[in-house]
Design a binder for this molecule. Sequence first.
Ligand code: AMP
Length: 419
Amino acid sequence: MEMISAVRGFKDILPPETDKWRHIENTAQAVFSSFGFNEIRIPVLEKTDLFRRGIGESTDIVEKEMYTFTDRGEDSLTLRPEATASVIRAYLEHALHGVEPVSKLYTIGPMFRRERPQKGRYRQFHQIDVEILGPDAPYTDAELILMLIHFLSRLGLKNLTLELNSLGCAECRPAFREGIVQFLKGSEGELCGDCQRRIGTNPLRVFDCKVEKCGAVIAQAPLLTDYLCTDCREHFAKLQACLDRFAVPYRLNPKMVRGLDYYTRTTFEVTTEFLGAQNAILGGGRYDHLVRDLGGPDIPGIGFAIGLERLASLIPEQEGWSPAAPQLFIAALGDRAVEKAFSLCNRLRMKGIRTEMDYGGRSLKSQMKRADRLNSAYAVLLGEREIEENRALLRNMRTSTQEQVGLDELEETIIKIAR
Ligand code: AMP
C-alpha cells in the first residue's frame, strides 16, 4: 500500500532532538520564572480578524502566508502565524489587566505560515513567545532583553549579535513615513514591483526587501533614528544605558524594521552567522498600541519570539544536555532469568531508574551490544548459571569493570549507584 507522508513544510521532531527541545524548554521555564513570568496556554486556532487587525493587512504574513479556512460555512478561522495577537486576545478576554497592572507571560508552541519551505524555514514551526503587558518604562525593555540574553547564555550560545533599533511612536513615525515615501518616490523606477506597490501601502516594508536593487536604494534612505521625538530618543538612550550597565553587547541597526506592523519604539533581533540566509533566531519589540487596536484599553506592551528550530540547531550535544539513555540495561537469557529480570526492571522503573531489557531471547552478547548502543550507564547480566548461583554480574559500562552481586542485594545495589 502507498505510504502517506507528512505535509510539505511540516516536520517531525524525533528523539534525540526532542531531548534537546525539552532541555531548551526547561531552561526557558527556569529562567523566565526567576524573572517573574508565568506560562499561558492558548489555542492554535483563532478568528481570522484577530490576525488581520493584530499583524496588519499589508504584511507578508497576512497577505499571503496564513492558513485560513471557513469553518463549515460560518466563521473564517486561521491557524495562528504568531502568538502575540492571541496572547493579547486572551489577556483582554479574561481582563487580566484588571487583576494586576503588569502581566508577564510566556507560551511555547507551534505557529503556521505558508512560506516556501527551505532550511530553517518551515510551514509549521515553533516559537518561545514572551510578552510584558502594562509598563512602558525603558527599564521594562531592558529587563526583557537582559532575561533573553541570560537565557541564551544559559544555553551556551555564543557568537550572537543583538541588533537594536527604535521605530518611534505615533508622534514621530508619521514624519518618518512621509520622509521615506518622498525618498522612495524619487527612486521608484529602481525598485522591484512589490516595493513600488509598498510605497503606497506600507513603505517601511521596503527595508525588508531581499531584492538587490531595492537594497541599494535603501542604503541611501533616511534613517528612522534621525526622526525620533525627544521622548523616544530618551527612552531609547535609557534602554541602552541599562544594557551597558550589564555589559550586554549590541549593534544599533537603524534599518531593522521587522516584518510586523505593530511595533513601536524598541525593536530587536538576535542573529548569528551560523544560520546562513535565515540568520535571525528571534525578533521582538515594543507594541504600544496593539492592545488598543485589538479592542482593549490603551495598554503598552513588549515581547519577543524565538524560533525553536533555529535555536535548537545552534545547540550541540554535550552543551548542557545529552540524549536520554538507560541507567541500567538488564541482559537476561533463559525463562527463569527473564522472569526475574522482568520484575526487577519494572520495579526499578517505578523507583525512577530508567531501565531497559530485551525479551527477544537473543544471546547475552548481542543484548550487551544493544546496551552499549543505547549508551546505558550500567548493565546486569543474568543467565541460567547466574540464577543457579543466586548472583548476577553488574557491569559499569563507562569503566568496563564488573562485579558479582548476590540476587538478594541486586535491587538495593543498583538503586544506590543509580542515585
Ligand atoms: P517573527 O514572528 O517573524 O518575528 O519570527 C520570530 C522568529 O521565529 C524568527 O527569528 C525565526 O527564528 C522564527 N521563524 C519565523 N518564521 C519561521 C519559519 N517559517 N520557520 C522556522 N522559523 C521561523
